[in-house]
Design a binder for this molecule. Structure first.
Ligand code: GLU
Length: 281
């Protein structure tokens, strides 16, 4: 989904955008038709998060793309056999449980609520929730200065849930994707966007936003990125964890971090990364 100027949105158009986002996900795979594709390994990623999961034409880039490609290869699926499927935050559990994707690698935090529907391998990265604001705004310095401000996040994300708990009564606008929040932030429809620092750093470093947006830099959660798979598939979970441990010990994980998060100047929290994988259950 392209980053768009949105301006003032009515509830109806927000809903329509959400539905449009649903409509082109899942079907909008990356292999350019070809029919059938029964042997494809389907991986859910984000399409609009620079540095993490980004679709540009037929090109897919980001840490999630590189982690997924490495893991898929270890599971016996060559890069050319992967079909990338858009997995918006609110649709990840459904995409997995209905078998529309084989795995989800999409800035997907491991938590108990999601574990009721899907299983997780990993974590492969630990991020933290932060705020993205306009560069000339000095009034927002952290979650405690959000009173009276308009905040944006995404439906079905831990970011939206966390901030509702952290700042009760905050005016929260929830969109289907973070790029819609960025557009609203630039056009002053909202005052801040909250989600993982990885995602925010990616937007802030985009050419069109350089000097216009800044990350506040005060994280207020721990987001442990996992790889979502069918609930109870412990065998695959174990294989993925073995692959992740190999990616880390071989140096490929660090290479993927430098390549994808380096350009945004993102500072990886080395007290938490690279993480040790949880036992599969
Ligand atoms: N990591 C958080 C989550 O899984 C926020 C990012 C996202 O929505 O993908 O909900």
């Amino acid at each position: 989904m392209k980053i768009r100027q949105i301006g003032a949105l009515t509830a109806a158009s927000v809903l329509a955008l959400g539905l449009a986002a649903c409509g082109d996900s899942a079907k909008d795979g990356g292999t350019g038709g070809g029919g059938g594709g029964g042997s494809k390994f389907k991986v859910g990623i984000k399409f609009d998060q620079p540095g993490m999961g980004l679709k540009k034409g037929n090109d897919y880039t980001g840490l999630d793309v590189d982690v997924a490609t490495y893991v898929a290869n270890e599971l016996g699926h060559k890069a050319g056999d992967i079909q990338w499927v858009q997995a918006p935050s609110a649709q990840r559990e459904t995409l997995i449980s209905t078998g529309q994707v084989d795995m989800v690698v999409a800035t997907y935090s491991i938590n108990d609520k999601r574990k009721a529907t899907v299983s997780f391998a990993g974590p492969y990265f630990i991020a933290g929730q932060d705020l993205l604001i306009r560069a000339d705004d000095s009034s927002i310095t952290g979650p405690d200065s959000l009173t009276g401000k308009k905040l944006c996040s995404v439906t079905g994300s831990t970011s939206a849930e966390n901030v509702k708990k952290e700042v009760p009564g905050v005016q929260l606008q929830e969109f289907g994707t973070y790029s819609e929040c960025v557009a609203a932030l630039v056009s002053k429809g909202v005052d801040a966007l909250t989600t993982d620092n990885t995602i925010l750093a990616g937007y802030a470093s985009q050419d069109q936003y350089k000097g216009k947006l800044k990350v506040v830099g005060k994280t207020f959660s721990e987001e442990r990125y996992g790889i979502g798979i069918k609930k109870g598939d412990t065998a695959t979970c174990d294989k993925i964890n073995t692959a992740l441990a190999k990616m880390i010990s071989s140096g490929e994980w660090q290479k993927a971090i430098d390549k994808n998060l380096g350009p945004a100047g993102f500072q990886v929290d080395k007290s938490k990364n690279p993480p040790k994988q949880d036992a599969c259950s």
